[in-house]
Design a protein around this ligand. Structure first.
Ligand SMILES: O=C(O)CCC(=O)C(=O)O
Ligand SMILES: [Fe+2]
Length: 553
């Protein structure tokens, strides 16, 4: 079992397959140490003050450490010793557990589960298994070291209690019903232990990739050997270990449920030149079928995330980088001619497109080509205006009707920025809003008011067709359902490396219905059958996206 690094001895140099390219290796040995990770004393875990400390840590830092957490120092030490012994067991014993199968609960693997296909390996072995329900999983656990099952079952019971205690505090702090996270949201309980042998050149290797924990919540018990680093303000900073404290990381599911109030920092593990390092991680993970979404009471205006199951999340949200630049182009997005001589045919096409595709394009839509071009030119000029002029509109305030922002409104707290500027304002009723609009380029108000009137007409034409097609009474979508009318313009400058960036996150439109006018530069992609496919701009066609409200209707 040469794959497992814990079987290696007398390692004098780093094998080639463990050397990261210069842009992703740590490159140096010394990193600043973070001294301001919140340290929370859980002795009075029901006090408002402690609850507020936890909430603040989740909002401002993401990580925190706990003391007086209720897990005895003896149990912590016994468990750490068990794992250190486990990794030293003869390679034949460990080989019985070796597997790269995601579905196998109890296994040992090296680097990642993609060992056979990854270009560079991480300097670690990982031993992992499920813990809940105990009776079901214990028989699959190792029987060596001899007291493994006894010690690790106690450890898993105590760590689950601790994580539930912290989740209860988060419930209280966020004003959620007590027990909100119990059951499906925290169904699976896993232990995952990383072991890194000393590495002859830590500047070339990594013990774990940069990642955010995708699960609900994580607890880490560190040994004395440092290695964990977090990315803060664009810099890697070492986490200093305080003996017998535990590190708590709210995972990405908590970020989603909190409707983006919480942050989940990016972290990684570097290797050590002299000492072996072992870290015990305990993870609570949602069950695969359960629909996860922002808590209703935490949505002030719109949910920041759509509903998804955990497996879907892992597929679409975690690996957010496009990774490759060339995507297949979709040639079968329905293209509907609104001047069809048989209006009923067009209606049927619209309904079919909404049901089967969810997005379609229209031609002969009634918005004249000159007006479309003029409006596009106005916005191209707008984004080129001097930065002092644009600065007047800059705002991250969701309540401001006319605003310019970059990336998202959460610019100040988001981990990564999207490669876009966005200009948004209300258009209806015109008289109420036009005064808030820019007066440059000089024709802005004139052109954009005509554009907003014409596009609003088109929206109602399409909504009427949907009414007819669904057999709803005429005017069903008029009035309150389509009261506000917003124009939102995205501008992306050329990007030196599109494989690393995104112009806009993965999302579904939360509103009633959206019209998109694209210029001739492609960029829009839709997720179809699990694959990203490009939407090819057709000159002067308009893309129509029925929003989530229409889905509800
Ligand atoms: O080994 C560590 O310190 C960190 C482990 C970790 O981040 C993880 O397992 O998700
Ligand atoms: Fe992690």
């Amino acid at each position: 079992m040469d794959i497992l690094i814990s079987n290696w001895s007398n390692v004098e140099f780093v094998p080639k397959t463990y050397i990261f390219p210069p842009e992703s290796r740590p490159g140096k040995l010394e990193f600043p140490i973070c001294n301001d990770i919140p340290l929370i004393d859980l002795a009075h875990n029901n006090s408002d003050e402690t609850i507020q400390q936890v909430i603040r840590a989740c909002q401002e830092f993401g990580f925190f450490q706990v003391i007086n957490h209720g897990i005895s120092e003896n149990l912590m030490d016994d468990t750490m010793n068990i794992y250190n012994e486990l990794f030293k067991l003869p390679s034949e014993y460990k080989a019985k557990f070796y597997s790269n199968d995601t579905n196998k609960s109890c296994k040992i693997f090296s680097s990642t589960l993609a060992y056979d296909t990854e270009e560079v390996h991480y300097w670690r072995d990982t031993f992992t298994h499920r813990c809940n329900p105990l009776e079901e999983h214990i028989p699959s656990w190792p029987d060596k070291p001899t007291n493994y099952r006894e010690v690790v079952s106690e450890y898993s019971i105590e760590t689950r209690k601790l994580l539930n205690k912290i989740l209860d505090m988060i419930c209280k702090g966020l004003g959620l019903n007590l027990g909100y996270f119990e059951g499906e949201l925290s169904k699976a309980h896993l232990i995952s232990v990383n072991h890194h042998i000393p590495c002859p050149n830590p500047s070339l290797t990594l013990g774990m990739p940069a990642h955010s924990d995708p699960n609900l919540i994580t607890m880490l018990q560190q040994g004395e050997v440092p290695g964990l680093q977090i990315l803060k303000d664009g810099k890697w900073i070492g986490v200093k270990h305080i003996p017998h404290t535990l590190i708590i990381i709210p995972g990405l599911q908590l970020k989603v449920i909190s409707n983006d109030r919480f942050i989940t920092p990016v972290h990684r593990v570097v290797t050590h030149p002299k000492e072996a390092r072992t870290t015990i991680g305990v993870f609570l993970v949602p069950s695969p079928e359960f629909l996860i979404k922002p808590a209703t009471t935490l949505i002030q205006t719109v949910p920041v995330f759509r509903d998804f199951t955990y497996p879907e999340f892992l597929e679409t949200f975690v690996d957010r980088r496009p990774g490759k630049i060339k995507f297949p182009v979709c040639h079968d997005i329905p293209l509907i001619d609104l001047a069809n001589n048989h209006p009923n045919d067009a209606i049927q096409q619209v309904i079919k497109a909404c049901q089967e595709f969810g997005i379609f394009q229209v031609i002969n839509h009634g918005v004249c080509e000159n007006l479309m071009d003029d409006t596009m030119n106005i916005y191209k000029e707008f984004f080129k205006l001097p930065s002092e002029y644009k600065a007047k509109f800059y705002s991250n305030d969701i309540n401001k009707s006319c605003r310019l922002c970059s990336s998202t409104l959460a610019y100040d707290t988001e981990e990564f920025h999207y490669w876009r500027d966005n200009f948004t304002h209300h258009c209806y009723p015109l008289e109420e809003y036009i005064m808030t609009w820019p007066n440059k380029p000089t024709k802005y108000r004139e052109v954009v008011s005509e554009y907003s009137i014409e596009t609003r007409k088109l929206l109602y034409k399409i909504l009427d067709m949907i009414c007819k097609g669904l057999g709803l009474e005429k005017g069903y979508f008029e009035g309150e359902l389509s009261k506000t009318n917003v124009i939102s313009v995205n501008h992306h400058i050329p990007c030196p490396n599109p494989s690393l960036t995104l112009g806009m996150p993965v999302h579904s439109d939360p509103n009633l219905i959206t019209l998109l006018q694209q210029c001739n530069v492609p960029g829009l992609q839709i997720l179809k059958d699990g694959k990203w496919i490009g939407v090819q701009p057709i000159p002067h066609a308009i893309v129509v996206i029925p929003g989530l409200q229409l889905k509800l209707s």
